[in-house]
Write a protein that binds this ligand. Structure first.
Ligand code: NDP
Length: 448
């Protein structure tokens, strides 16, 4: 990465000093600051008004105890987080993650990314993120429900349709949103649909929310291919993860004529040269909540691999959809060696800075998560619109809106990269376009 502009390195030094030990947060900040050099030269007003320093400091950080009782009658204590990062453009908006690795640094990295992603959608939503170190794996349905109720018993006082609107993320899908919304409704005595997104279709949810992040990432890649006068037809695609984002990315790739040859979970990956059978993956991961390794018990064409990287499987297009820093320089080298020409991040920050550097050097088109996976939050904003007008759109209409939004994000990133002297650089385009809209709003709202 190029040297930071002097005024930006002062900001970064302050971030390191004020947030010790929060490696992922530092990584997310430097990735954005690294793109802003030409912006502060052209617009010194942003640094003069302390906009970038203010952007790096969350407006509010909430940490709370979550006590609940497990099936054997033991009291369990988890830690809950909500980081309300920036509300210049609208209410805080961003998911909740339930995973044992969650800590304040992870939530801050995700909340920081969310500010720029939400801005890129062009919708009136600020950035926030939350979660808990609770591990839903191996927990009964009753335990998950009691945990969600305990979590919401504290969180409810901080959220609301005009304040902060959480959604799902790793470990938080339709089931968890149901329990969280149920408890919110019970405590507040209000059927305030707009307080949470990712709800079930029958009770205020939007068609397509479940599919939106994965579909959106694939729509973004379709735009890149279209500009090359190419398509998904005949392309080999590798997707990591087999959760919400991964499953629907694979679905859309397949629908558009590509072949997904591999996907993974945290215990390994499967390769199926005939094309991954999505009904089977859904049955294993969504219904039975089991391991992806079971896939090979039902498909003779597939094999399962442990202790190796899914990125060793050769492909034309890679869509990492599992978690942060899952794809490093060695993986990037495997992908480049295997002929991959496009990497689009379905997950948040799955590629390490070294991996991104390798892609850039090798001429691989790289799309950062804040652009590629913005379809999820954009569809959440559409859910908020439907809730506000007590309306409900069809699947087809919502998908059309999503495709239009992803095309808009693609074009804005490409045009901004051109304008600031980095044609074809989606990292610069996404960071700069996302930043300018928030920064202008912050300037207009004064020092608050
Ligand atoms: P899910 O919990 O549905 O799925 C996560 C998948 O990633 C699972 O297959 C899981 O495997 C795997 N995974 C998780 N942690 C690890 C790890 N440490 N190593 C290897 N594999 C791992 O989450 P989502 O699909 O919702 O989220 C995936 C990513 O997409 C995250 O980065 C999230 O922040 C991002 N994202 C999600 C959005 C959404 O709408 N859901 C929106 C925008 C971004 P296993 O089952 O073994 O745990």
């Amino acid at each position: 990465m190029a040297r930071l502009h002097e005024r930006l390195s002062e900001v970064y030094a302050e971030v390191l000093d004020r947030n010790p030990g929060e490696g992922e947060f530092h990584q997310a900040v430097i990735e954005v600051l690294g793109s802003l050099g030409p912006v502060v030269v052209k617009h010194p007003e942003y640094t003069d008004a302390g906009v970038i320093r203010r952007l790096c400091e969350p407006e509010r950080q909430i940490i709370f105890r979550v006590p609940w009782v497990d099936d054997s009658g033991r009291v369990q204590i988890n830690r809950g987080f909500r980081v309300e990062f920036n509300s210049a453009l609208g209410p805080y908006k961003g998911g909740l993650r339930f995973h044992p690795s969650v800590n304040v640094g992870i939530v801050k990295f995700l909340g920081f990314e969310q500010i720029f992603k939400n801005s890129l959608t062009g919708m009136p939503i600020g950035g926030g993120k939350g979660g808990s170190d609770f591990d839903p794996k191996g927990r009964s349905d009753g335990e998950v429900m009691r945990f969600c109720q305990a979590f919401m018993t504290e969180l409810y006082r901080h959220i609301g349709e005009y304040t902060d609107v959480p959604a799902g993320d790793i470990g938080v899908g339709g089931r968890e949103i149901g329990y969280l919304f149920g408890q919110y409704k019970r405590i507040t005595n209000r059927y305030e649909s707009g307080a949470l997104t990712g709800k079930g279709i029958a009770w205020g949810g939007s068609q397509m929310r479940r599919e939106a992040t994965g579909y959106g990432a694939v729509f973004f890649v379709r735009e890149i291919l279209r500009n090359r006068r190419d398509s998904f037809e005949g392309k080999r695609v590798v997707v990591s993860g087999s959760g919400n984002v991964a499953i629907y990315a694979m679905e859309k790739v397949t629908e558009l004529g590509g072949t997904v040859v591999a996907c993974s979970d945290s215990s390994g990956f499967i390769v199926d040269e005939k094309g991954v059978d999505l009904d089977l993956v859904k049955e294993i991961k969504e219904v039975r909540r089991a391991r992806i390794s079971e896939y090979v018990d039902y498909r003779g064409t597939a094999h399962h691999v442990e202790d190796r990287s899914v990125w060793e499987v050769g492909c034309d297009i890679a869509v990492p959809c599992a978690t942060q820093n899952e794809l490093d320089a060695a993986d990037a080298a495997s992908l480049i060696g295997g002929g991959c020409s496009i990497v689009a991040e379905g997950a948040n920050m799955p590629c390490t800075p070294e991996a991104i550097g390798s892609f850039t050097d090798a001429g691989v088109t790289f799309v950062p998560g804040k652009a590629a996976n913005a379809g999820g939050v954009a569809t959440s904003a559409l859910e908020m619109q439907q809730n506000a007008s007590r309306d409900s759109w069809t699947f087809e209409h919502t998908e059309e809106r999503l495709a239009e939004i992803m095309r808009g994000i693609h074009d804005r990133c490409a045009e901004t990269a051109d304008e600031y002297g980095s044609p074809g650089d989606f990292v610069a385009g996404a960071n700069i376009a996302g930043f300018i809209q928030v920064a202008d709003a912050m300037l207009a709202l004064g020092v608050i």
